[in-house]
Design a protein around this ligand. Sequence first.
Ligand SMILES: [Fe+2]
Length: 333
Amino acid sequence: MPNHPRRANTIAVHSVDRFVFSVPDLAEAKRFYDAFGLDVREEGESLTLRTFDKVRGDMAGGGTSNGGGGHVWAQVFQGGTKRKFEYVTFGIYPEDEAAFVQRIAASGLQREAHPLAARKGGIWFTAQDGLVVQLLVAPKVSPGVKSPHDVSAPMVAQGNAPSRSKTPRVHPRHLSHILFFVSDVPAAMKQFSDLLGIRLSDHSGPGIAFMHGAHGSDHHLVAFAHSDGLGLHHSSWDVGSINEVGAGAEFMKGQGYERGWGVGRHVLGSNYFYYVRDPWGGHAEYSFDIDFIPAEVDWPAADHPPEDSLYVWGPALPPDFIVNYETAQTAAT
Ligand SMILES: [Fe+2]
């Protein structure tokens, strides 16, 4: 028997192995993701984004090893006048590869590798709105258990808050999920469910849907929000405490990235969040305490009222938070 978590009798992807996008200015991308707390490396014509092997824990002390250390979560290329999503690679188990080959061939959606593909192998197809997908046999890099709270027990007879003067940048532990704009959320839900075995967690009408990996993942591995076409709205990165969410927001403001949304708490997924707006109108999210759905659990997927689709509490939504700058006529300012 394979030694990895899996849902019985289910052919499904297990992880977002990598997402790839391009931006007009690679040097600015390096500055942004470095400040955000990722391990940014120049590799050939691109930047690669990793989480650090060992991250400092909550600022009160501690520390944790990072399951994603060394793994390339994202790759960024230079090109165009806007930020543009290129393709996403989902990790699959080796024993499922033949079934995926058959399934994608039967769908009629098969295609050649994306021109920017670092790894040409695997199975390629184009989903609705031109969303290019690669399926690749790879280790499971999505978490196998709920991410721990990286917080030391509060001390008495001493202050527990870190010093503002000594607050360093925050280092995320792993990629939690990515959210795409698509033109038809129910159609994307069905296509990702049918082809990739990704399961619906929760949705709000045809406006937004959150989906998890069948072999155990955070409450959402991918999510879809309605727009007029394809776009990458945000990538979300797991951190160890609510303090790190706030400290990350503050650090990024100090680096000149003053726009964003949060700190707040989501209803669907339950995570605490802060979204940092990148220079091209997309976002990178610090996320803490997202719900976890083990492989053997049937999550009770539900349709929620629109007011529950975004947040329990937090500041008002910035006016252009849900603008898809990949399809917009005007560039982000
Ligand atoms: Fe998110």
